[in-house]
Design a protein around this ligand. Structure first.
Ligand code: MF3
Ligand code: CO
Length: 258
């Protein structure tokens, strides 16, 4: 069942996602060569509690292994769900996906951005740019009367026409009183997939994961980290958006990010 949000609920989700966007800004400012992914996780958690929210990912257990951190830090060939570690220090030239969510007043916010550390290769910059473009192309289709497939196809076309592949093993999702709600928001579309029509009051987390090489992935022995099967780079961008009669409203957009 897809829950439609009333204006006062969207107002709370605006606040939750503003917290997410502000903390992502602060994490990005702190993400310098030599900083460990665990230090970023600690900072994310500290800032979350200061803002009166709680980390959305910590304690999440969709399968056998619980997620014990507040932030996902996915570096280079890691696609999503990279687990923070004191041993993993950022270095010049890395591309780093920061995926972060909070719960505030009972409502969730969820967003991700991929950034370069210091000077990164032109090819890595292009991958990040196209992935962000794919997210915005998907958001552009998040309109009353369109369907999930309009979002999915816009993302897939943007990524594939640049020569990349979209990850099919993970998808975006509805978001609200739970981190993951219906509908699923895949980054590709095949006939026969569930394809609801978009309505005013739906709130979706749209999150393309785009690979330089093949779409295939492997999950590491930690039970979480998804890596590209061919070892090539991957990028990830995510926004939580509300569908309104006036068009999509990006709830997790930073004033620094536009
Ligand atoms: N944005 C990701 C998602 O929606 C983050 C989940 S991390 C988890 O799936 F630990 F909470 F699973
Ligand atoms: Co998400």
């Amino acid at each position: 069942m897809i829950t439609l949000k009333r204006p006062h609920e969207i107002a709370l989700m605006r606040q939750a996602n503003r917290i997410v966007a502000e903390i992502l800004d602060q994490l990005i400012a702190a993400a310098k060569p030599g900083v460990s992914s665990l230090e970023l996780d600690r900072l994310a958690e500290e800032l979350t509690l200061m803002k009166g929210a709680r980390p959305a990912f910590k304690g999440y257990k969709p399968h056998a292994v619980e997620y014990r951190h507040s932030l996902c830090v996915s570096i280079n060939n890691e696609i999503v769900h990279g687990i923070p570690s004191a041993k993993r220090r950022l270095k010049e030239g890395d591309i780093v996906g920061l995926d972060f969510g909070v719960c505030y007043e009972g409502y969730f916010g969820d967003a991700a951005r991929t950034i370069g550390i210091g000077t990164v290769s032109e090819s890595a910059r292009r991958l990040m740019r196209v992935t962000r473009d794919a997210l915005y192309a998907g958001i552009e289709q998040a309109r009353v009367g369109n369907r999930i497939s309009d979002i999915a196809r816009a993302i897939q076309t943007t990524a594939e026409s640049a020569g990349y592949s979209v990850v099919t093993d993970f998808a975006g999702h509805g978001i609200g009183r739970k981190l993951h709600e219906e509908p699923q928001v895949p980054n590709y579309f095949r006939p026969g997939m569930p394809n609801p029509r978009l309505q005013e009051g739906m709130v979706l987390a749209i999150e393309p994961m785009v690979n330089e090489g093949v779409a295939d992935l492997e999950i590491l022995a930690d039970g979480w980290t998804a890596v590209t099967a061919d070892g090539k780079l991957s990028a990830h961008f995510e926004h939580s958006i509300a569908i309104t009669n006036a068009g999509p409203e990006i709830l997790s957009e930073s004033n620094k990010d536009v």
